[in-house]
Structures are given as C-alpha cells and as structure tokens.
Design a binder for this molecule. Structure first.
Ligand SMILES: Nc1nc2c(ncn2[C@@H]2O[C@H](COP(=O)(O)OP(=O)(O)O)[C@@H](O)[C@H]2O)c(=O)[nH]1
Ligand SMILES: [Mg+2]
Length: 330
C-alpha cells in the first residue's frame, strides 16, 4: 500500500533490534513506543516472531523490528526463530545491537564478541545500545567512565559499529535522547504506515502474545518453552446500548507438549488458568479499548514445536535450513 500526497519533509527509518536473548530488546521498544506492545518476561526467548512496531516523532516515522534474538539449537522452531531475526536485519536501515550493561564494559564486549559470527555479514549502519543502566548503580554522568573506550574496542570486534548509546528502558533514562538522535539520522522518505498504526501484526497476534506472556511469567521452569497459544475464535461485538459493553468474544487454546503440563497450566481447581486469563485480559482490554470475554482451554498437542503446520499458524515461516517435513511434495 502506498500512502499518497505525503508531506515533503517526511522521514522514515526502520531499525532492527538484534542481540542476545533477554538483554531487554522488547522492553526498550515498549519504552520508546510508550505502550506495552511487545511481551516481556524475566526469561530468555520470550519473543518468538519478528514484527514491526511504529511510532512517529514529529515528521519522522520510526519502525522498530523486534526479533527473537539468536540461539544455537537445531530444533525446527529455533531454526525458524533465527530466520525471523535474519529477515528483520536484512530489511532494516539501521541495526541496534542491544547489550546488557548490568555487569559493565567487559561483559558488554563479551556479549558483542559472542555475536561476531552471527553479525559478520552486517552491512547496514549499526549502533550499540547498552541498556539496563539502572542496574549499574552509577549516575548517568559516570556512564562514560564505566565504559571507557568502548567504541574503539567494539569496532575491533564489529567494524560496522558506528556509535554507542546508553539507556535504561525501565527508568526511561536516555530513551528520549535516543529517539531524537534517530529522527535526526533518519533519511527523507515517505511514511509506510498510516498515521495511528502501531504494528504490522493484528490484534489476534497480540492477544495470543499477551496470554503467552502470562504463561511465561506465572509458570516455572522449562514449561513456558513447551507452550504455544492459538486463537480459536475471535468475534468483534458491537457494544449494544445498555445491555453489554463487551467489544470482543475471544476463545484461545494453550497448547502443551505433555499431559502433566496440562494439569500445571490448569492448576488446582482451575486457579492457574483463571489467573493467566485474568491478567492477559487486562492487557487485551487496554489494547482494544473495551471489555472482552476471554475463554482459555489447555490442550495437549504433542511435539507441536516440530509440527510444520502449527509453526506456520504461529506465524513462523519456513527457514532455508528447515528440517524437511516427512511428506513434503517437492
Ligand atoms: N533493570 C532493568 N531491567 C530491564 C531493563 N530492560 C529490560 N529489563 C528486564 O530484562 C528482562 C528481559 O527483557 P526483555 O525485554 O524481554 O528482553 P529481550 O529478550 O531482549 O526482548 C525482563 O525481566 C525485563 O524487565 C532495564 O532497562 N532495566
Ligand atoms: Mg524480546
């Protein structure tokens, strides 16, 4: 879709956030957007799909591409998740290599070095964004002192790195400055999204994500990695006068790998699944701007993470090195 008759001073830039899992990429995007769109949890590999989030700063459209981060496992789902990250990086004008600043400079350089193989083909301009600075227990003025010569040493590892910025997404420190720098840097160009758009994914996608976010937050151990959420029914309702102010009726399935996991998701007397539903519903209602009816079921779908059809349904498209399906025609 081409948006016509645009202002001649419009600018547009797309930024792929790449980096190790759990460094705070999704949190940073949410802070910069000013809304909790991308799901966040204290566990690595919460984000599974790449998707775009959009914000406007004056006449500059900034498109953030959130990515799952890269991991080395050869599981079909992980191959597809890595592919999502490569695709995002490929289409972006700028890469932010997001690194966790909690443990200071040596750790930041170590994280960068661990990505060396992955990012050796990086051609677009790349910046380092060191985040979680609130954990450093240092005040902003001392940041430079904590990371002396970071750029010089970073460039030895990853020569395409041009700049470094320091932020705390949680405390919103340095984040507005980062937005101004980006809008300064952005090239002139037409906006790709109509005003008011926030993402290229639809509400259904975020509803499933918000449910998964609660599973990641409320359930322990490895369980969340063996869980997926699909939407079974999504009906928009016209809030009828006086009788009901419900804007949607949604029914979703929480897929688990094994029978025992189903019992954990449901919890004693259904308490756990009710809590997952209640917390997810609050975020869904904020997103949709009205009340929703949310029904959740838990279902055993053995080895869903190897099932090509299921992975397609979850929006993870086939990777070039995908494991061949046993009944592939070509
Ligand atoms: N203290 C602190 N924690 C953060 C910050 N940004 C993210 N986190 C936490 O780090 C964890 C991982 O964040 P997430 O955004 O999911 O990381 P991602 O996997 O890189 O997308 C979550 O528990 C966040 O609350 C920050 O600026 N400061
Ligand atoms: Mg994430």
């Amino acid at each position: 879709m081409l948006l016509k008759d645009q202002h001649p001073l419009n600018k547009s830039i797309s930024i792929a956030l790449v980096g190790p899992p759990n460094v705070g990429k999704s949190t940073l995007i949410n802070t910069l957007l000013g809304m909790d769109l991308s799901i966040v949890s204290p566990r690595p590999q919460t984000t599974r799909n790449q998707f775009q989030c959009v914000t406007l700063v004056d006449r500059t459209e900034i498109i953030f591409l959130d990515t799952p981060g890269l991991h080395k496992s050869m599981q079909e789902m992980n191959l597809r998740m890595n592919h999502e990250t490569y695709m995002a990086q490929d289409g972006a004008d700028l890469n932010w290599i997001v690194l966790d600043g909690t443990k200071g400079k040596e750790s930041v350089l170590h994280q960068l070095a661990s990505l060396r193989d992955v990012y050796k083909n990086l051609s677009q301009e790349s910046w380092i964004v060191v985040t979680k600075l609130d954990q450093l227990k240092t005040n902003a003025k001392k940041v430079e002192a904590e990371f002396p010569n970071l750029m010089l040493e970073a460039q030895k590892i990853c020569p395409v790195v041009k700049r470094a910025y320091f932020v705390s997404a949680l405390e919103e420190a340095g984040t507005n400055e980062l937005l101004s720098v980006v809008s300064e840097f952005a090239p002139s160009g037409n906006h790709l999204y109509p005003d008011g758009s926030v993402s290229n994914k639809n509400v259904r996608f975020f509803v499933a994500e918000y449910i998964r976010e609660q599973v990641f937050t409320l359930l322990q151990e490895e369980l969340p990695y063996e869980i997926a959420v699909t939407i079974e029914e999504f009906v928009d309702l016209e809030p009828s006068e006086g009788t009901s102010d419900i804007v949607a009726r949604i029914s979703a399935v929480i897929h688990v790998n094994r029978m025992g996991q189903r019992a954990i998701v449901i919890g004693q007397g259904g308490l756990m699944i009710r809590e997952i539903g209640m917390k997810a519903r609050q975020k869904i209602e904020t997103l949709m701007g009205g009340k929703v009816m949310l029904k959740l079921h838990a279902k055993v779908s053995p080895k869903w993470f190897k099932n090509h059809m299921m992975l397609e349904e979850l929006g993870l498209s086939r990777a070039p090195n995908s494991i061949r399906a046993w009944r592939e025609d070509t």
